[in-house]
Design a protein around this ligand. Sequence first.
Ligand code: PLP
Length: 453
Amino acid sequence: MPDRTTDAWRHLDAAHHLHPFTDYKALAAEGSRIIVRADGCSLWDSEGTEILDGMAGLWCVNVGYGRDELVQAAARQMSELPYYNLFFKTATRPAIELASRLADLAPPGLDHAFFANSGSEANDTIIRMVRQYWALEGHPERRVIIGRQNGYHGSTVAAASMGGMSAMHKQGGGTLPDFHHIREPHHFKYAQDQDPEAFGREAAGWLEEAIQAIGPERVAAFVGEPVQGAGGLIVPPPGYWAEIQRICSKHDILLIVDEVICGFGRTGQWFGSQTFDIRPDIMTLAKGLSSGYLPIAAVMVGQRIGRTLVEKGGEFVHGFTYSGHPTACAVALETLSIMERERLVERVRDDVGPYLMERLGALREHPLVGEVRGVGLMAGVELIRDKTAHAFFSPVGKVGTRCRDHCFNNNVIIRAVADTMVLSPPLVITPAQIDHMVDTLTRSLDQTEQDLP
Ligand code: PLP
């Protein structure tokens, strides 16, 4: 890279670069922080300041930064076969090997993988696949996919339509047809005083109501993240997923589980489906699959859909130039090996996951904290204006953003989703780094409280 000062990089950034998911006015006022290198759970900016990454990038760098094994895996594959595609009748060894490794790892029955390059592309693939499945089964009228408000399934127009992010729907003219959203199972928001299990049943019942309103014969699938991540770290109440599963079976509706965040150890099992005992027909994987080192995603399908596509389907008119890119597959394979070798899933389940929740638990006493929730190594700390009156901040999100900025200025990355502070660090984080992360969050909460009028 050219040797430029931080100001020169910022100037070029402002002149030529449109950032994703960024408030352009705030960026213009403050300028970017230029990240230049990383190792383990730490990043360094162009001024040489170390920053603890409490978000593993965008919930993805599960094995941590600076892994030479992944660099070597990419280099080996690039020297041997840097690229070839999987269209028509060719395949590459890394793609075949990865599909078969994923079939071994995934919950029973999910034994075929279709590769894409991002969670959004994988979810777009699912939309086409599910509708094609029903058409091949003689039910082309089954097109509607039911998701949840504040569910996040990606940023392409179709994936955002399947997701329930109203701000995304507002930009660009609403959703595509045949998507519907039910409320999310957010106990703290909707029903703090209700028994969580009763609320779980009630929230799953919103699916039954939606199916009846739409007409079961028109519904193709229900989609959900095991734990809603970008929508506010919403951990489902006990019994919720069992009831969702029952309702889907009753109406013969396919169950799509978006494991883009929850997959690969985040919840203390390989997949969130295992943590919540879900038996999906289809699963979306991305992020942790390559630990973010290269873009890769996969759709895993079970025998029900696989058999129909293969035996009745003919051509599946869908794919991407870089579907199953051999270098990305080689890096994903090595990522899985690191996770197995270092027992990172067990580490989250038995060690750092419980420790994070224990340390965060003390924040319940903080005047700004309404709820602390989480599972494995993903946690949310929801801020509230008045605990006794159960009054949220208005407008939503300002206080969370303020706290996020304090964390960032204190050199720890913690994200704010509306007024929930979200933590999702690399799975290799140490207890000492968890202490530092939680201490910094506490200090930032104090600073945020002092800022309030
Ligand atoms: N699904 C979930 C649950 C996600 O959290 C994300 C991204 O955060 C996506 C899909 C979209 O993935 P990508 O950004 O790789 O397109």
